[in-house]
Design a protein around this ligand. Structure first.
Ligand code: AMP
Length: 450
């Protein structure tokens, strides 16, 4: 006998089952409500883009581009030119298409492509959707995960008050999701010139410990020293934690900008901690960067992160003269749910307005077809309704009604057919009544209103 292969969900992905979906709806609905209050509008970009877009925006040396891009292959001949040209680790493909590892690059691409800067001085976008990274899966680290994020882009974006608004919005989202105990850290990388200075400061500070760093970080030392600060290796973390605090890389104007961000956060009552070595793993950040973490998450403790990325606009082809700035953040839904589930027990009981029970003698189906018609009628009035097509016993139909959380049960048997009146049971109040078939839907509508 041949054994039929059973398929499993791919590694690093998961099914969201109906029993869990209410939590996702809660997160998504809460976010959409708050975004509209703050004036953010939804934008949906494709799940894949040209690989070069990500390579250019995230930086060729970022871990995401070097190790985590999921490239797409098309078999059609005419897609030949979209095949990656090479796949060596150090020189990742820039031709071809890849699943999006994050949304910022796509949104900036779309912003430029649709010339938003000509239509409005500040565009406030939000998105909710899946992202894809070829990571080694572990708790809180998936290959397909979901982010909620915003991007505020435009010639009017470069205000410290907008930085504070965006940070405050991310914190309010987490509060509104019902989370407590998270921690906000902020820092300023300064302008691109300041950032260059910071990398020199870091190299000088790390030089003496270079040999003790992990092989990856020894590589990063020359290529992108900032990434050493994000390394999860214990030895590297210890070395990083001993670095002295510094704001010496910041120019006067960058320092003034950062002070205004901090003051604005204080006005908004948002508690924060300045973390001088918070740098974020991606190349495009300048000035304000922030991260929100929760200690209960273990090694993957970031709930979300964001920052300002003014230079990305010109990197992706915007005219420097238009001086378009941008700031945004992304929160990870799976991690939000990990924390939320450890803090809140909210099992939403299932609910159904009405369950229709039908009982026919052997070989007949008059009650069943009458019930079937009534089912359609009540549903057409917007009342949620169900019946059992398997024609089970009264007992098992009642059990099913109970399991579905039916508020009312309509029972139709031989007697009811004769009288053209059904039994209507109020399951909450344990009351029972009779009701004419042709009045069932209007009467239920009335009762359910109350
Ligand atoms: P990043 O774009 O890497 O700054 O990620 C922003 C947020 O997305 C993180 O703080 C996480 O909450 C979430 N996130 C990033 N990568 C993953 C992943 N592989 N699995 C689950 N969540 C992730």
């Amino acid at each position: 006998m041949s054994v039929v292969k059973k398929f499993s969900v791919p590694r690093g992905t998961c099914d969201t089952l109906p029993s869990e979906i209410h939590q996702w709806h809660h997160i998504e609905n809460t976010a959409r409500r708050l975004f509209s209050v703050y004036g953010y509008r939804e934008v949906r970009t494709p799940y894949f883009e040209e690989t070069g877009l990500f390579a250019r925006s995230l930086g060729q040396t970022s871990d995401v581009v070097q190790k985590q891009m999921l490239n797409l292959f098309f078999s059609a001949k005419e897609e030949g030119e979209n095949r990656p040209q090479n796949k060596s680790r150090d020189d990742q493909p820039t031709a071809g298409l890849s699943l999006r590892p994050e949304a910022t690059a796509s949104i900036v691409r779309s912003y430029i492509e649709n010339s938003f800067h000509k239509k409005e001085s500040l565009s406030k976008f939000y998105y909710i959707g899946p992202m894809f990274r070829g990571e080694r899966p572990q708790k809180g680290r998936l290959r397909q995960f979901h982010q909620i994020g915003v991007e505020a882009i435009g010639p009017d974006s470069s205000s410290p008050y907008l930085d504070a608004e965006v940070i405050a919005l991310s914190v309010q989202l987490l509060n509104d999701f019902g989370l407590t105990g998270f921690q906000l850290k902020i820092n300023s990388l300064g302008s691109p010139e300041d950032k260059k200075k910071l990398s020199d400061v870091l190299r000088a500070a790390l030089q003496k410990d270079l040999a003790k760093l992990c092989p990856d970080c020894q590589n990063r030392f020359e290529r992108n020293v900032f990434r050493i600060l994000d390394c999860k290796n214990l030895e590297c973390k210890t070395i990083v934690s001993q670095l002295k605090r510094t704001e010496s890389h910041l120019s006067k104007s960058s320092q003034a900008y950062f002070s205004e961000v901090k003051d604005a956060l204080t006005i908004l009552n948002v508690p924060f901690e300045v973390s001088p070595y918070l740098v974020r793993g991606l190349d495009y950040y300048t000035h304000t960067v922030f991260e929100i973490s929760h200690s209960s998450l273990g090694s993957q403790d970031a709930l979300g992160a964001g920052g300002r990325y003014n230079s990305l606009l010109t990197d992706l082809g915007a005219d420097a003269e238009d001086s378009i700035g941008a700031i945004g953040f992304a929160l990870g839904i799976e991690r939000i749910l990990l924390v939320r589930n450890s803090q809140i027990q909210d099992t939403t009981p299932s609910h159904m307005d009405v369950f229709i029970v039908t009982l026919d003698p052997q070989g007949r189906q008059d009650a069943f077809t009458t019930g079937f018609k009534i089912l359609r009628e009540v549903r057409s009035k917007g009342i949620s309704a169900e019946m059992n097509y398997a024609r089970a016993s009264l007992k098992s139909q009642m059990r099913l009604a109970d399991k579905l959380g039916a508020r009312y049960v309509v029972i139709i048997g031989e007697n009811e057919l004769k009288e053209q009146m059904a039994v209507l049971k109020d399951m909450e109040q344990s009351l029972q009544d009779k009701i004419q078939f042709n009045k069932i839907s209007t009467s239920l509508k009335e009762k359910l209103k109350g």
